[in-house]
Write a protein that binds this ligand. Structure first.
Ligand SMILES: [Zn+2]
Length: 487
């Protein structure tokens, strides 16, 4: 189809095609999807034939700062495998590209491959860590996961990327820092293993944003002063009023859109969000340590991956960071690491101390190793966990809410069973009749999956809310939730 010389909707501009992929008329939507793909592969072909300025493998290049891209010929390069899930939720799918193979022409597969290379390069060549586990762990990624799937996540063994719905989100491989973000979850899992809830969960998220941003900055050769400090720029479709998922420079300002609402990230402890959504707001409160890193890195100056980045890496991998660390514990370790790397009273240690004070995590004058236990603690802030409706659902209604995901967005719907298609209404009735949701909630999966969605279902008749991590839900039930939310 993509080889046809004249495409039936070839004159439609890309932003409109993107909007049309969610069109009610499946023929229109399918046409738009194909056109978008065709447009993307043409652009990818054009960039492949343009002079190379940055390569991840076979042709090492000098970036600003004199750091090489990885090379496959010295026996120490990354070991990448990209698979195509072909629109299913089964991974890894069919292998489409392995280490050293040429580009496939599928932008999602090739972006994942290149992004893996850039991420491997940051950790190996700057910090001396060979892959996520420090021992050359092969990097596996699956693209085209699900249909119109609005997320990317690290499942403990591989990175998984959705194509996006085409209206709000583009494909998730489009943003290099998102790829770096997901792989950093693997580094964290193999090192500090920060518990994925509350403050330690927000630290886990923040570290992924920090190193995701550093992958992008280093690949583009940007100093701390040059960088945009955005996470996921390019991920939103053109119609969305926003520049990215998050801003480390100014948390809370990345988007303000009629459909998505306003970026809810706080930048300071005084605005810490207490919520049961999203594992305790891990994608919200990460704004606080994110902003501290931005402040420290820009105050130190130069390349952020060398100054503040080295300090953050040392704390993450140094063996002293507890899995349940709160922001203050992490902050004190960064000050101590800077003092040992540079000197007590050095400008670097001072900049890091000042950054944590500015965001309200460390009190002024509080020095490393001499702080009250627990630091500032949970803070106050607004509650973000009110259910979708103001009252419990009636006997004939269900209330579904989805939180978390890489973007940390919330989606909710209360709907009368009679208003759902017969098959879905029937699905809900049988789910509720045999108490399967409570059974699922009673046996959660052993481990958290960073950036996976969390579903909350308020069930009739008493409206008790059941919380279920996405990956612990059988696929047909997950599909029912997605359809009920209007995905
Ligand atoms: Zn994450």
């Amino acid at each position: 189809m993509t080889d046809r010389p004249s495409h039936p909707c070839g004159i439609v501009p890309p932003y409109l095609l993107a909007a049309l992929t969610g069109h009610r008329d499946e023929a229109v939507a399918e046409c738009a999807r194909r056109s978008l793909e065709r447009d993307r592969s043409l652009r990818s072909h054009r960039s492949a034939t343009a002079p190379r300025t940055s390569s991840t493998t076979d042709h090492p290049v000098e970036h600003q700062g004199g750091i090489r891209a990885p090379h496959a010929d010295d026996g120490t390069g990354p070991q990448r495998t990209i698979a195509d899930a072909h629109g299913t939720q089964t991974t890894p799918g069919t292998t489409v590209r392995t280490e050293g193979q040429p580009a496939t022409g599928d932008p999602a597969a090739d972006e994942a491959y290149d992004g893996f290379g850039h991420t491997w390069s940051l950790f190996d060549q700057v910090y001396g860590r060979d892959s996520l586990d420090g021992r050359g762990l092969p990097l596996l990624g699956s693209v085209h996961y699900g249909t119109g799937y609005d997320n990317a996540f690290w499942d403990g063994t591989q990175m998984v990327f959705g194509d996006g719905d085409g209206t709000v989100f583009n494909r998730f491989t489009i943003a290099l820092d998102v790829i770096g973000h997901e792989l950093t979850h693997g580094v964290t899992e193999h090192t500090a293993a920060l518990q994925y809830s509350g403050q330690s969960g927000a630290l886990n998220e923040s570290l992924s944003d920090v190193f995701g941003s550093l992958v992008k900055q280093r690949t583009l050769g940007q100093s701390a002063a040059d960088a945009d400090w955005l996470i996921g720029a390019g991920l939103f479709n053109a119609q969305v009023k926003g520049v990215a998922l998050r801003s480390m420079k100014a948390p809370g300002t990345a988007y303000d859109d009629p459909q998505l609402g306003k970026d809810p990230q706080p930048a300071r402890m005084a605005d810490y969000v207490q919520t049961t959504d999203d594992n305790g707001g891990v994608h919200l409160n990460s704004g606080i340590p994110n902003h501290a890193f931005y402040l420290a890195a820009t105050a130190i100056g130069g390349n952020a991956w060398e100054g503040a980045g080295q300090v953050w890496f040392d704390v993450l991998t140094g063996g002293r960071l507890p899995a349940t660390a709160d922001f203050a514990a992490f902050a004190r370790l960064t000050v101590a690491a800077a003092e040992s790397q540079y000197a007590v009273g050095s400008p670097q240690a001072g900049a890091i101390q000042a950054a944590w004070e500015r965001v309200g995590v460390l009190a002024a004058g509080q020095v490393a190793g001499n702080a009250p236990g627990g630091g500032v603690g949970g803070g106050v802030g607004s509650a973000g966990d009110a259910p979708a409706g103001s009252s419990a659902p009636t006997a004939t209604q269900v209330q579904v809410r989805r939180t978390g995901g890489l973007a940390g967005l919330r989606r909710a719907r209360t709907v009368a069973l009679d208003d759902l298609p017969d098959e879905d209404a029937q699905g809900w009735r049988s789910l509720l009749a045999d108490d399967r949701l409570r059974e699922l909630a009673a046996s959660p999966p052993d481990r958290a999956v960073p950036d996976a969605f969390t579903y909350h279902v308020a069930c009739p008749p008493d409206g008790e809310e059941i919380t279920l991590p996405e990956h612990g839900i059988p696929e047909p039930v997950r599909d029912l939730f997605q359809r009920t939310l209007g995905d």
